[in-house]
Structure formats: C-alpha cells, structure tokens
Ligand binder design. Structure first.
Ligand code: HEM
Length: 332
C-alpha cells in the first residue's frame, strides 16, 4: 500500500508519490476511525516527562485502535516527509518500515497494490505554516514515527524468540526479517526528526527539553518503546546465543537473518553518533552532568562500541578489533 514511493524519481515525482501515500494513509485512518474513534491521548495521564513532551502514551488498545493510532502516526509522518529534505536512502527505509507497520497492525496481506489514485490536492500557495512551526512539529512527528517502529520491532523480535522456543524456525525467520525492516527504519526516522537546521535545534528546540521548561532534562534513554525493544533483543540472544559459525553450521538462513538484524542495530548506534555530532557538535548533552567526562557524541560512541563488541562473535563481519579492546578494558 505504501510501497510506491520511487526514490530514483526527481523531487517532483518524489513529493507527488509521498502526497499520494499520505492520502492513502488518510483513507485508511478514515476507514478505521469509522469503526471506532481514536482514543484522546491528551486525556490519558503521561507516565513520564518524556511521554508528555513527545505526546506519546502507553495504554491497552484493541486491534482496531492500535491500527488506527499506528496509521495516524504514519499519515502525519508521510505528510511531513513531503517537505522534509530526507536523503533518498533513508526515505526508502522509513517508508518500508511504515508499510510494514501498517501490514502488521491491520493484519493485511502484503502485495495488494492500490488501484489508480486521483491526483492529491496541491496545497494553496501561502497556506503553508511558518518554517519554525514545521520544524518544531517535525521534531515530535519524527520521534513518534521512531516510537512506532520501536514498539513494532519489539513485538516482532519477541515473536521471533517465541517461535524459536516453539521450534517453528520458518515463522521465526519471517519475524526476524520484519524486525530488521523496523530496525533499519530507526535511524531513518531519527534522521527525519533531525531534518531541521542545527541552529534552530540549538537555539529553540533544545531548551524546551530541559529545566525550567521540563522538570528533568530529557534523554533518548527515557523512551519506553525503545526499552521494550532492547529487552526483546536481549531475550532473543538468550534463545539464540551461538556464535555466527555455530549457527551457520546449524541453520545458515537463521544465521543470516540474525546477522542482518544485529548489523542494523549496530548501524543505528553508529548513525546516532553522526546525527548528534551534526546537531550539537562537541557539546555535552542536556542530560549529562556538566562535570562528567563525556559529551553526547562520546557517550553515543561508547554505546556503539559496547554493542559492536557484544555482537562481534554473532555476525559475519564482526568488529573483532573493538571486541578485543573492550574485553581488554574489562580485564584491566
Ligand atoms: C527520533 C529519535 C532520536 C533522535 C532524533 C535523537 C537525537 C539526539 C540528539 C540531537 C542528541 C544530542 C542531545 C543534546 O544534547 O541536545 C541525542 C543524544 C543522545 N541520545 Fe538520542 N535521539 C533519538 C532517540 C534516542 C533513543 C531511542 C535513545 C536510546 C538509548 C537515545 C540515546 C541518546 C543518548 C544516550 C544521548 C547522549 C546522552 C543523553 O542525552 O542522554 N536517543 N540524541
């Protein structure tokens, strides 16, 4: 349904394709809302400052409501992507993960292409919001798409682990591949949120995430959906702890599927380093103590190194250099 965004197209075709995808998502929202209306998120108390800031809530939903709220996030994300200067490769990854989330949440079968679509309405010149409010909204929209991918990935990884425990390898392979689509979407959504001028982030957005605007400084570590994902990954590796070579000997397909997921997770950490560098350079993050040893980039790099060291024996092209260094540090 949302697969038709051609990334080789010129800027006009790209925007037209995104407008069309957004309007399809709007139709899906309308169809789902006709079954039962959306839950009013503002009426649900936030469980953390981070939830309140990013306008995210965690609550039990019916399948229909979960599909509706997922589709709303996708629709807003696609509308914003019409104007966001996201790199083509990231656009393809983000749209692929959006498509996967719609399939997962609606239970639809893949491969059903929509029929011919009417040309979407082109917004009237002058009807556009000021750029500053577009950028502020984008910061939240990109984060919400990221949360959607985190939660969908957590469910896919948890399903894969359960299938492996039940010895259903085919079902596990399918969910691992779907989880990989989401994890490849993480840095794409992160960069989508980051397609705002760094000057604007530093001058206007950054201070809204720290006291006195909020009671505590916000950090990505506080995202509950992401924590769910990390817990699911940890559990997966308790079911599948074998080295890459051992797993290849047992089931090469499973070794490759696990490898693809873990590589995507390492690359997500790598890209976080470069995104933070583009936005805050060598500053300490708002969530770090001013006297601490690290800045945001150094802390994110450490996260990358720990993850790469942990995964080195589990993937084909493991970073053994860093794994040895990390092991050496642990023994010193
Ligand atoms: C849309 C998603 C995300 C975006 C756009 C993003 C962007 C950023 C930016 C711009 C910084 C520098 C902060 C500053 O000082 O102004 C940063 C720091 C950081 N981010 Fe993220 N991030 C995202 C998600 C996450 C998630 C899910 C985690 C989970 C671990 C995370 C962990 C961190 C950490 C550890 C730092 C450095 C120290 C800190 O602020 O706690 N981020 N991120």
């Amino acid at each position: 349904m949302l697969a038709g965004v051609a990334t080789h197209a010129g800027p006009f075709e790209r925007t037209a394709a995104l407008r069309q995808a957004a309007s399809v998502a709007g139709e899906l929202v309308a169809a789902l809302a006709a079954l039962a209306p959306a839950v009013a998120g503002e009426d649900i108390p936030a469980e953390s400052t981070s939830q309140s800031y990013f306008r995210v809530r965690e609550v039990e939903l019916s399948d229909q409501q979960a599909a509706l709220h997922g589709a709303l996030v996708v629709q807003r994300g696609l509308e914003d992507l019409c104007d966001a200067p996201l790199a083509g490769a990231d656009l393809a990854l983000e749209v692929a993960a959006m498509r996967q989330s719609v399939l997962d949440l609606t239970g639809a079968a893949p491969g059903t292409e929509p029929g011919p679509m009417p040309e979407p309405a082109v917004p009237e010149p002058g009807a556009r919001a000021p750029l500053e409010s577009v950028w502020s909204a984008r910061w939240l929209i990109g984060h919400q798409v990221h949360v959607l991918f985190n939660v969908c990935a957590a469910v896919a990884v948890a399903d894969a682990a359960r299938h492996l425990r039940d010895d259903d390898t085919d079902a596990a392979l399918l969910r691992l591949a779907e989880a990989t689509v989401y994890v490849r979407g993480f840095p794409a959504a992160m960069n989508h949120a980051g397609t705002i001028p760094a000057d604007y982030y530093l001058a206007a957005i950054r201070r809204t995430m720290a006291p006195p605007s909020t009671d505590i400084p916000l950090s990505g570590r506080q995202h509950r959906g992401y924590k769910l994902f990390r817990a699911a990954m940890k559990d997966l590796l308790t079911v599948l702890p074998q080295s890459y070579e051992q797993l290849v000997a047992r089931n090469p397909e499973l070794a490759e599927a696990r490898g693809a997921l873990l590589e995507a997770d390492i690359v997500d950490a790598e890209r976080h380093v470069t995104l933070a560098y583009s936005m805050v350079h060598l500053r300490r993050s708002i969530a770090q103590r001013p006297e601490g040893p690290d800045n945001a980039v150094a802390e994110l790099r450490l996260m990358r190194h720990r993850r790469a060291a942990q995964y080195a024996p589990l993937i084909r092209f493991g970073d053994h250099y860093i794994a040895d260094a990390v092991a050496g540090l642990r023994h010193s």
